[in-house]
Each structure stands twice: as C-alpha cells, then as structure tokens.
Design a protein around this ligand. Structure first.
Ligand SMILES: Nc1ncnc2c1ncn2[C@@H]1O[C@H](COP(=O)(O)OP(=O)(O)OP(=O)(O)O)[C@@H](O)[C@H]1O
Ligand SMILES: [Mg+2]
Length: 309
C-alpha cells in the first residue's frame, strides 16, 4: 500500500447519489469508485448526499471526500463550497471552476472571450423569435444550460421544433441554449492532473449521443485509438487542456468536442465530475495508456490530497 494512503487523517467519504437528474448514474460511479478504493486498502465509506444529515456526518467523521456526484447540487460547486467551509479535502475542481463548468452558457462566453472555438449559439426565452433563430442554421440542438447526460436535449430543424424543444428544455433549467448543429465526428478528452489522456471517439446511430446511447445502447461505439492522425490528436489534447485551464479546472475532468466538416474542433463542454462506471469514457482513456480503473481512482484521490498538503 502506498505511504500516502497510510497517512490519511480519516476514512475517505465517497459522495454519491444526491438529488440531481443524474442520481442513478452517480450511484453507479460512486459504487465503482468505492470498490476501487477499498480494493487498494483505502478505508472508504459511501455517503449519499440525498440523506438528511450527510454534511454533519462529514464534519464529524471525515477529513477527505471523493466526489462522485453528477449534475447540479454536486458537480456545480455547492458541495465543494460546503466542504471548503469544513476544511475537508475533496477531489476535482474547486468552487469557481465547478460552477462555471456546470453552466454551458458562461463557458461558451468565456471561451469566445479567450479565443477558443465553440459552436455558434443563442439563448432561448419565451420571447425569442424562433423563426429568426432558425434562419442562421439548417439544424440546431437545444439544451438546458446546467444539466448533464444529454437530459432535456433535442435536435431541431425548424422553428416549430425549436419552440417545442425549448418547452421541453425549460422544465429542466430556466436557462436554455440553442446551438448550431455540428455534423461530427464526436470526441472526448479526459484530463488527469496536468495532462490529457488518449482521445476517445464516440459513434452512435441515434440522432446524437443521447441518454439512451450513453447508458443503455449496445450499439454505441467507442474508439480509442480515436482514428485521428497524431498531429490532430495532439492538437485536440492541447485544446482540451486550454479549455480545462481556462475555467480553472483541477485534478481531473473530461472535455467534449465535435468536429465540423472543415475539420475544426469545437468545444461543447467540460465535465468536472465525469462518469466513473467501469464502462465510462475516462476509465476507457486511462486503460488505453495502461492505467487500470483502480489506479485511476487512486490517482484522482492522491491529486486532491497533494493539493491540500
Ligand atoms: N452543437 C452540437 N452539434 C451536434 N451534436 C451536439 C451538439 N452539442 C451536443 N451534441 C450532442 O449531444 C451530446 C450531449 O451534449 P453535451 O455534451 O453538450 O451535454 P451533456 O448533457 O452535458 O453531456 P454529458 O453527459 O457529457 O455531461 C453530445 O455528446 C453530442 O452527441
Ligand atoms: Mg457531454
């Protein structure tokens, strides 16, 4: 067992579940993380943030947390803020970068400001002239600004569909975006510490990489090596690091991209707590460079402990 594990000041709480729409995914990520930590001799305990009194439990019994929460109320800086107040160490990004990454609109505005490429977009409200928005693009995708797992999203190709998709998305978030449809292919880049892992290409026969394609379909294809030439893969990894750093990201994360017909890579979003089930994308990228799931989990925890030393 590594020396730093023996020196941990308390058991490690794996925060999982919670109340977001991604609760089920988080329970799976958290269980996988818990098993991996325990397999490597870390005294780890699951704590569901949907349970009353979870924060007092942390305050009383834990000095370290592994955050395996996805979506609002866990990935968005709120839990990170509570842990800062308690002076408990936690994995991944801090309060500011977590909340920024959760908000696709603010990310896109920031990336435009620093000259990083992201698809053209428009904020939708009840007052939006949907006809006018659709004059700009042949096809678009509508998304709640602060969700994950493709929840509340739809592809549209006319004003009527745009208006219907807006109505669907606004049930998930008061802030809704329409983004120009990018043909693909789609890529994702895992970040661990200061480096980008091998790029993964994602292929689906669905209209896009939706909830069903992410968690249920056996038809979704993940390619690693991703099929890009070496120069393009490096370029994409560099872009991922710049996007992650521009938000102030820390420890680990995953950056999602689409490539357009001209070959440009466009930033979709940064996930600060990506899925961590055994078949998730970050573990897949780690495995491509010979890093096991257990090693990956341990490294994410170790990075968060070093941060606090
Ligand atoms: N502009 C776009 N053009 C084409 N497809 C897109 C576009 N934006 C998103 N998609 C598709 O929708 C999927 C989900 O989009 P995005 O990554 O922005 O949302 P998310 O719900 O936060 O995802 P995650 O589960 O990774 O947190 C993408 O993986 C991609 O397949
Ligand atoms: Mg995504």
């Amino acid at each position: 067992m590594a020396g730093w594990i023996k020196q941990l000041k308390s058991p490690v709480a794996v925060l999982l579940g919670g109340n977001s729409s991604e609760r089920e995914v988080s329970l799976q990520s958290g269980e996988a993380v818990l098993k991996a930590l325990q397999a490597r001799g870390v005294d780890a305990v699951a704590v569901d943030t949907a349970d009353a009194g979870w924060l007092s439990r942390i305050e009383n019994d834990f000095a370290h947390c592994f955050i395996a929460l996805h979506g609002p109320g866990g990935e968005d800086g709120t839990v990170q803020g509570a842990l800062e107040v308690l002076a408990v160490s936690y994995t991944g990004s801090d309060v500011m970068s977590s909340s920024l990454a959760m908000d696709k609109l603010r990310c896109k505005q920031l990336w435009q400001g620093v000259g990083l490429p992201t698809p053209d977009f428009s904020v939708l409200t009840a007052e939006t002239d949907f006809e006018r928005v659709m004059e700009r693009w042949t096809s678009a995708i509508v998304k709640p600004a602060r969700e994950g797992s493709s929840i509340g999203m739809a592809r549209v190709s006319n004003a009527q569909e745009l208006s219907e998709a807006y109505s669907l998305a606004k049930d998930y978030d008061s802030l809704v975006l329409a983004e120009e449809w990018i043909s693909g292919p789609e890529f994702t880049v895992a970040v661990l510490g200061d480096s980008a892992l091998p790029v993964v290409a994602v292929e689906t026969d669905n209209a896009f990489y939706d909830y069903q394609a992410k968690y249920f379909s056996n038809e979704t294809r993940y390619l690693c090596p991703c099929g890009l030439n070496e120069k393009d893969e490096r370029r994409l990894q560099e872009l991922a690091m710049r996007a992650f750093d521009s938000l102030g990201g820390r420890g680990w994360g995953r950056v999602d991209f689409m490539q357009n017909e001209q070959g440009d890579f466009l930033l979709l979003e940064v996930n600060t707590v990506p899925g961590m089930t055994s078949h998730s994308l970050v573990p897949m990228a780690a495995s491509a460079m010979g890093m096991s799931f257990e090693d990956l989990v341990l490294e994410i925890l170790h990075l968060s402990i070093e941060e606090n030393e």
